[in-house]
Design a protein around this ligand. Structure first.
Ligand code: GLA
Length: 735
């Protein structure tokens, strides 16, 4: 693990345990070039890869063909309007209205230990970096400075990149675009994986050959979105879970983003990622700076699974709040799908009593407890308890819940205001809208203008007052509409193009302040299900509600897609009622419970309506989950088969780091061929350990070595009546 300047070759070489990233600076021009990213390689002179060895291409040698050079050179960060026609990384409008920009090298610095960028202290950022390379560059005509950052960790193969612009000129500028990453790679016939979806169908894995020209994955919705996720993988066309080169890119940001692949005229690949330039125009006064969010790059030569495990380890050790990340999560019940808006204190207490009897730890009171809210049409912003529903008052309700032996959590949707609300009647100018234009409504609500410090203060104080009034350990922070009509009564004409970015920074500020004030507070993020499942939200909340679709079979692909880069413990998975509220499918309790055991387990149904047999079964599954929750928190995840691919079954394993304990789960969705026994090769075990395998499917435990299970496989008998799902627990008995 090191970052070095190889002075004899004028190369920067960033080495992690298994990967190398190499940057070169051209002699006369000082262009910053991408040389290589991939498997760890020796310290040779790799400048030949730039294919400028005869120097006949360099503009200093052949100025009359400068444009041709610019349009094929592998830039680490691409300027604008100066000869490179591929996707640019930045657009600047200077005080004369011109928009050419080109950066050349000024110097570098290698910073050891614990470096954290100045993100106005708000932008989520990976922590405990071991070394950071800063490359300093500037546009010599504009007099504007650029810093490119590359950070590594002493226990992980990821490389974190980002960029910062400082207006060191003597006049204000507009920043119309600012990506975090540009990387010019060879295209070895690569595929791309991206995560697509919509409400109830988040993060479905799409895999396809990268098309010629530009291909864009993006959000302009003010949140990372249901439709696309700020994660992309570029991989060998024959790469699978276990084999092949895979490059992952994950943007640490929760707002509008863009990821662009571009296969050039020469068949090469430029990949860029950052804040979406759509509706983005940042005014930078003299000496002001703008920091782009970080992108986490992971290269794996062990297929998709290797990439996923690297992200999981990185996010658990360097992104998620260390106070919570490895601690047992509260096993909670949420009343949303149990009652929707139709509840009162008695109903909440009756659910709580049953929840305690089956071994749950917490009850979360969802939407509808405040203002006069009985449907989605009123009261967002009026954060005081509705005493027509919670007749005993909130502190008393919480006290009674605590007396039952449960903790209490509460739902908020802080970024919003209902047109029909006290808040809106007092401060109609606090909503995002353009004067004279009727703003689009979604779920009959408007978005608050978080660029305005008064609005942020109001939200912070509203939540603080409630949390200080009673024993609240957890909040579910929801965000149920997209941003439109970007107008603000706070930002003037110069700054209005900053609104969607300032909105996101406002969310970070409020969540950060809350955690400072209440360090014990557990925030679970949510956005119409899973529309804001991104690394930046994970910085503030150790888990995120994955989807409003709680159907166990639908959840298989949602959870598989989410786990491509996000750790299992971050994925909130609840057992809900059957038939399912979204798709109407009936699924056995066993299947619902084991699919919910993929991530952080919870319940989301009216357990007061379950009969004793159902309750006893659910209680048993909760006990089972308690036995594997340590694996979910800190184990290694292996995808064994995917229902998405094979259309019959889904299966996965989670294995403890010391390989002593594992869980293997199989969900049989459609009929097997002639109902034949399945033979499945397990993964990730210690080949030399002897494992005891326990499952309700076997009359007695089975003893097999890791090497047998991983090569010859495990046979899963066909059980006619009850074939849907099986969980197998593996414990090493002899090492
Ligand atoms: C969103 C969330 C749900 C629930 C409702 C309440 O849709 O995803 O879990 O909290 O809001 O209105």
């Amino acid at each position: 693990m090191s970052i070095r300047y190889l002075s004899e070759y004028k190369l920067f070489k960033i080495d992690t345990l298994r990967t190398s990233y190499i940057i070169s600076i051209t002699d006369t021009e000082g262009f910053i070039a991408h040389v290589y990213y991939g498997k760890l390689i020796s310290d040779d002179d790799t400048n030949y890869l730039l294919r400028t060895y005869d120097n006949h291409w360099l503009p200093s040698e052949l100025p009359q063909e400068r444009l041709n050079f610019m349009n094929m050179f592998p830039f680490e960060f691409c300027g604008d309007n100066t000869g490179d026609f591929r996707e640019n990384s930045i657009e600047i409008e200077d005080c004369n209205g011109n928009n050419a920009v080109l950066f050349t090298y000024d110097g570098y610095e290698i910073i050891k230990n614990g470096f954290n960028r100045n993100h106005e202290d708000l932008m989520p950022s990976l922590y405990n970096k071991s070394e950071t390379l800063v490359i300093y560059a500037s546009d010599k005509v504009l007099g504007i400075k650029l810093k490119l950052y590359y950070s590594i960790f002493d226990d992980n193969d990821a490389i974190v990149r980002s960029a910062e612009i400082v207006n060191t000129s003597d006049a204000p500028i507009y920043l119309n675009k600012m990506y975090s990453v540009c990387i010019d790679m060879e295209n070895y016939d690569y595929d791309m994986i991206s995560l697509h979806g919509n409400w109830g169908r988040e993060r479905k894995i799409e895999r396809y050959r990268i098309p010629a020209g530009e291909h864009r994955i993006s959000s302009t919705r003010g949140r990372s979105s249901h439709q696309a996720n700020p994660f992309v993988a570029i991989l060998d066309s024959n790469a699978d879970q276990n084999r092949g080169d895979v490059y992952g890119f994950n943007l640490v940001y929760s707002g509008n983003f863009t990821a662009v692949s571009e296969i050039t005229q020469f068949g090469e690949l430029r990949y860029s990622m950052g804040i979406n330039p759509h509706n983005f125009r940042y005014h930078l006064d003299v000496n002001e700076s703008f920091s782009a969010p970080e992108v986490v790059l992971v290269y794996s030569d062990c297929g998709i699974g290797g990439m996923s495990r690297t992200y999981h380890d990185l996010y658990r050790k360097h992104l998620i709040n260390p106070d919570f990340v490895f601690k047992k999560r509260p096993l909670l019940i949420n009343n949303w799908e149990a009652t929707y808006f139709d509840f009162d204190d008695e109903k909440i207490l009756s659910i709580a009593r049953k929840a305690k009897s089956i071994g749950l730890d917490m009850i979360v009171m969802d939407d509808g407890w405040f203002g006069t809210r009985n449907d989605p049409n009123t009261s967002l912003g009026d954060w005081f308890v509705n005493e027509n529903k919670i007749k005993c008052g909130l502190p008393e309700l919480v006290r009674r819940i605590n007396d039952i032996g449960l903790d209490f959590g509460l739902w908020f949707e802080p970024e919003m205001v209902s047109p029909v609300s006290m808040l809106n009647s007092m401060h109609p100018d606090w909503a995002i809208k353009i004067e004279g234009r009727e703003p689009a409504l979604e779920r009959n609500q408007l978005v608050l203008d978080l660029s305005n410090p008064e609005v942020r203060e109001y939200i912070f104080n509203s939540i603080k007052n409630i949390i200080s009034s009673c024993n609240i350990k957890y909040i579910k922070w929801d965000m149920n509409r997209q941003l439109t009509d970007l107008g603000s009564s706070y930002l003037d004409k110069e700054h209005i193009g900053e609104l969607s970015h300032r909105f996101v920074m406002g969310v970070y500020e409020i969540q950060g302040r809350l955690l400072k004030e209440f360090p014990y507070l557990f925030i679970e993020n949510c956005s119409s299900g899973g529309a804001r499942f991104d690394p930046a939200m994970l910085y503030y909340s150790p888990q995120i509600w994955a989807s409003d679709d709680t159907d166990a079979i639908e959840r298989l692909s949602i959870q598989e897609g989410t786990a491509l880069c996000y750790p299992l413990s971050t994925i909130s998975c609840h057992v809900s009622v059957s038939p399912n509220e979204v798709v109407g499918r009936c699924t056995p309790m066993y299947t619902r419970s084991k699919v919910a055991s993929f991530g952080t387990f919870g319940c989301e149904l009216d357990i007061t309506k379950l009969n004793d047999i159902e309750l006893a079964e659910l209680k048993e599954h909760i006990e089972d989950y308690k036995n594997i929750s340590d694996l979910v928190l800190s184990g290694d995840y292996y995808r064994i088969s995917s229902y998405n691919d094979n259309q019959t079954h889904d299966s996965w394993m989670i294995i403890s780091k010391d390989k002593q304990k594992a869980v293997f789960t199989l969900v049989q969705v459609a009929a097997r061929h002639n109902n034949r026994e399945l033979k499945i090769r397990l993964k990730g075990l210690n080949p030399d350990y002897l494992y005891k395998i326990s499952s309700p499917l076997y009359k007695e435990d089975i003893l097999l070595h890791g090497n047998v299970l991983m090569n010859a496989g495990l046979v899963i008998p066909y059980a006619r009546k009850d074939f849907l799902t099986r969980e197998f627990i593996l414990n090493a008995v002899k090492c």
